[in-house]
Design a protein around this ligand. Structure first.
Ligand code: SF4
Length: 380
């Protein structure tokens, strides 16, 4: 089967899994202005932004020969559950008879989940499927581990752009790895490469940590969020995202009674502000801001797609959490009209505020303890 999927984050993972199941993978191009324009042209005007970008991405993959689209579904009061139907209808109306395989939680509808696996494995023996799944799960964890390092080190790199170049090379190395042994050596090599990056020495007052929260697609896909992680890093801030693929997979794989994942803990932290699930990742966003507040992060950037109802709700609660946990939050709405220069200026101004606040706090601590707090941050 000529298979494609929505482009989101470290696509090497989805590509490899489908390849290992014996498919001819049509890699969708990384979303660009052209992708967005195509998506906007064919999508309903008031659809949420990710639907439009993914729509454009599908058209581009179909042009490259894709016949089947593998994607995830959604449930609850959010449009994600309708994405596949809307996308399929639009594609049909443009003359593309494309098949969809939609994965939802295996606990919600085990039969459909099993049927989807059956379709996807397409005769591949079960032991091979299991081996591939375990290998990919291991790969996701390793890549996330390295990406977290990237998001920290890049804030202090001496040579602008070096960490990003190395991170891209690391992903290529993983793309070539098909066994647990080669995966292990790609990980080891990646770690060594990252540790060898020359970094600046930064005083504790000047090193800040920013969390990024919001709807999963705009948080994970940098081509549509103004490369937010790189932008924050280039302004000297360490970054952590609210979503990593390994966390998402683990949370969705485990039954409730043994689900002690980070995601579960974050949902609990969001409970006092949003007691019920309102769709998307609104409750996680809120819980994650609480988590960052408790872990002494200096600020949070909240990303929301224009037209996203769950994130609109979380946005309305953000000022209260920001006050309760004394943590500044900057909300940025993203869509096809987003002005990059304007938002970059907002981010720069936000970081100035965050730095000022941090200095004040450290001065206060110094006065109380009578000595300078630990002198340096993680830049070493
Ligand atoms: S979470 Fe928001 S952006 Fe994502 S599908 Fe739901 S409504 Fe759309």
């Amino acid at each position: 089967m000529k298979v494609t999927f929505p482009y989101m984050g470290t696509t090497v993972v989805y590509k490899k899994l489908l390849e290992m199941l014996g498919h001819d993978v049509i890699l969708p191009p990384k979303p660009t202005r052209k992708t967005i324009d195509i998506g906007v042209k064919y999508s309903p005007e008031f659809a949420c932004f990710p639907l439009k970008v993914i729509m454009g991405s599908y058209f581009e993959a179909i042009q490259k020969g894709a016949e089947v689209i593998v994607t995830s579904g959604g449930n609850g009061p959010c449009r994600a559950g309708f994405y596949e139907r809307v996308h399929q209808r639009i594609l049909e109306s443009e003359g593309h008879d494309i098949d969809f395989i939609v994965f939802d939680s295996m606990f919600r509808d085990p039969q459909t989940f099993y049927r989807n696996i059956e379709r996807l494995r397409d005769g591949t023996p079960w032991h091979k499927v299991l081996k591939s799944l375990l290998l990919i799960y291991d790969m996701i964890g390793k890549l996330d581990h390295l990406e977290k390092e990237v998001q920290r080190i890049r804030a202090y790199e001496k040579n602008r752009g070096e960490t990003t170049r190395i991170w891209e090379a690391i992903q290529k190395d993983f793309d070539q790895a098909y066994t647990s042994h080669t995966m292990k050596s790609a990980f080891k090599k990646g770690k060594e490469k990252l540790q060898s990056i020359p970094v600046k020495h930064v005083d504790k007052e000047d090193c800040i940590k920013i969390g990024i929260v919001g709807e999963i697609y705009v948080v994970m896909e940098d081509s549509i969020n103004m490369k937010m992680e790189q932008l924050l890093n280039s302004l000297g801030a360490e970054v952590e995202r609210s979503q990593y693929l390994s966390q998402w997979v683990t949370y969705n794989m485990l039954p409730k009674w043994i689900n002690w994942t980070h995601e579960k803990a974050v949902l609990k932290k969001g409970e006092p502000y949003i007691p019920i699930l309102i769709g998307g990742h609104a409750k996680q966003s809120v819980g994650q801001i609480v988590d960052y507040g408790q872990r002494d992060f200096d600020g949070v950037v909240h990303l929301m797609p224009f037209g996203c109802l769950p994130e609109l709700v979380s946005q309305s609660i953000v000022p209260k959490i920001s006050e309760d946990y004394n943590i500044p939050v900057l909300t940025i709405s993203l869509d096809e009209q987003t002005g990059i220069a304007n938002n970059q200026t907002r981010v720069e101004a936000f970081l100035d505020l965050v730095r000022g606040k941090r200095k004040q706090r450290l001065n206060k601590e110094e006065k109380m303890v009578g000595k300078k707090p630990e002198s340096y941050c993680t830049s070493g």
